[in-house]
Design a protein around this ligand. Structure first.
Ligand code: ZN
Ligand code: ZN
Length: 164
């Protein structure tokens, strides 16, 4: 077996339920939703607790993400911070996480929390004006005037004639 950076040897905790120790690890995780994706590396810091029925992980997770504004399409980076709390059971139920020999693989729970934290419709700032639907100008930096009045311009009627 080739352990990934997210796989932890918990043999000591399995033989000593009640013990707790701190852990710090990390590595690359790829995840992407509509307009947000993880850039990595993901950093995890927390503690493992040995329980009679398994091992419990409580940790803070940090990862840089790239977001794209839903209104103006500007890209920016943001640090995501989430908490993971997960039991790795000696006898896991169907969709639970278990222990293989004396290893746990934390990548699934860490990834799940990060994906939940990726915004589906990021907005660069609350008052982002977005992009002009007529000319594509970024209305935050390049306010275009005139499209609103286009229909009342002297040429509006001409345009109708030409498009018929
Ligand atoms: Zn924006
Ligand atoms: Zn425009």
């Amino acid at each position: 077996m080739h352990p990934t950076p997210f796989m932890l040897d918990v043999g000591d905790l399995l033989t000593h339920p009640g013990d707790t120790r701190s852990v710090e690890f990390g590595g690359a995780i790829e995840a992407e939703v509509e307009q947000a994706r993880l850039l990595g590396p993901v950093e995890v810091a927390g503690r493992l607790e040995g329980l009679s029925d398994g091992v419990y992980l409580v940790a803070q997770v940090e990862a840089p993400a790239s977001l794209t504004c839903n209104r103006c399409l500007t890209d920016w980076e943001e640090e995501l911070a989430v908490e993971v709390r997960q039991l790795f059971a000696r006898e896991p139920d169907e969709d639970g996480y278990g222990i293989r020999e004396h290893w746990i693989d934390t990548e699934g729970p860490v990834r799940d929390e990060l994906v939940l934290a990726l915004p589906l419709a990021p907005v660069c700032r609350d008052d982002c004006q977005g992009i002009c639907a007529s000319c594509g100008a970024d209305l935050n930096t390049d306010p275009c005037q005139g499209h609103d009045q286009a229909e009342s311009s002297p040429f509006a009627g001409l345009k109708d004639l030409l498009s018929d």
